[in-house]
Design a protein. Structure first.
Length: 306
């Protein structure tokens, strides 16, 4: 990996294009890149704790699985790509960072044929991590159920994290017009599968339930660690289909993602969940997750700063 523009990088924002570290203003991608033209790309989002990328190996492995499902050949081995991510984080100088890794099929002529693409292009973007405000954790958020069809649904690429997020973006837009902060996707079979950019969980009778991977969800890294936290705490876990009724009748609902960690949901389509406040299972799981990532000594996101 080589340096381009020499730091410091304004606002802790760094762009790495095919191994060259640049400021965002100096970073460019061809207008003929298939990621730009067709959303023909895969990506990962991760964050740091204590300045170190969390679950980096898991994220790189999932990026490779996504690439394999859409027949994009990653241009680097997993270890080398991991080192590029670590170098980009170090160059940013941030206390904690948000990292986005994108691999496109590359540039080529104006043709849908993937065989016309050149070599894959990789981009790493780093900037300071900005989690939701404390009030969102303290009070919970509202979500809206949105019926939609995602780009990879019912294809061999189901479960891949692809850059074609139009359906997710429109679902989130609809949710916001309905006063919600996240959209929960309802598929053609009436199942609640995941959020526009999150995984979804419900708690009923002390049991934790979340949609299984074969429902076509993106198997979240944070999701997996929350499931691990639940098992460590002795919370019974079921990976099964969820319906809107399951959420409306649940004692607790929450979503998970790399940046938000675990965020309680207190209203679904305007209906209160349980008592309408964040519940004890979500709180306990979040505390265990924070302890597992080495942040247990710091205030929880819903607590005032120390």
């Amino acid at each position: 990996m080589s340096a381009g523009t020499v730091g410091p990088y304004p606002g802790g924002r760094v762009a790495v294009v095919d191994g060259v570290i640049l400021t965002p203003a100096d970073a460019t991608v061809s207008v003929y890149d298939r990621g730009f033209l067709y959303g023909d790309a895969v990506f990962e989002v991760l964050r740091t704790y204590g300045g170190r990328p969390f679950a980096l190996g898991e994220h790189v492995a999932r990026l490779r699985r996504s690439a394999e499902r859409v027949f994009i050949e990653l241009p680097l081995g997993d270890a080398e790509l991991g080192r590029e991510v670590e170098a980009a984080i170090a160059a940013s100088g941030n206390d904690e960072s948000y990292v986005r890794v994108v691999v496109t099929r590359g540039s080529g002529p104006l043709s849908l044929d993937p065989g016309t693409a050149g070599r894959p292009l990789r981009v790493i973007l780093v900037e300071p991590v900005v989690p939701p405000p404390r009030e969102a954790y303290a009070n919970g958020i509202a979500v809206a159920l949105v019926h939609t069809r995602r780009a990879v649904d019912d294809t061999d690429a189901a479960g891949a994290k692809v850059s074609n997020y139009l359906a997710n973006l429109l679902a989130l837009r609809e949710a916001k017009t309905r006063g919600a902060q996240e959209a929960l996707v309802v598929d053609a079979r009436g199942r609640v599968v995941e959020g526009a950019s999150s995984n979804v969980f419900a708690v009923a009778g002390g049991r934790l339930a979340t949609p299984p991977e074969d429902a076509g969800i993106l198997a979240g890294i944070t999701r997996a660690h929350i499931l691990g936290a639940a098992r460590a705490l002795g919370v019974p876990v079921e990976e099964r289909d969820l319906t809107p009724g399951d959420l409306w009748s649940a004692d607790e609902v929450f979503i998970t993602s790399s940046i938000r960690e675990l965020l309680p949901v207190v209203r679904v389509d305007g209906r209160p969940v349980g008592a309408g406040v964040p519940g004890p299972v979500a709180r306990a799981l979040h505390r265990r997750f924070r302890a597992d990532v080495g942040m247990g000594a710091r205030p929880m996101p819903w607590e005032p700063p120390a």
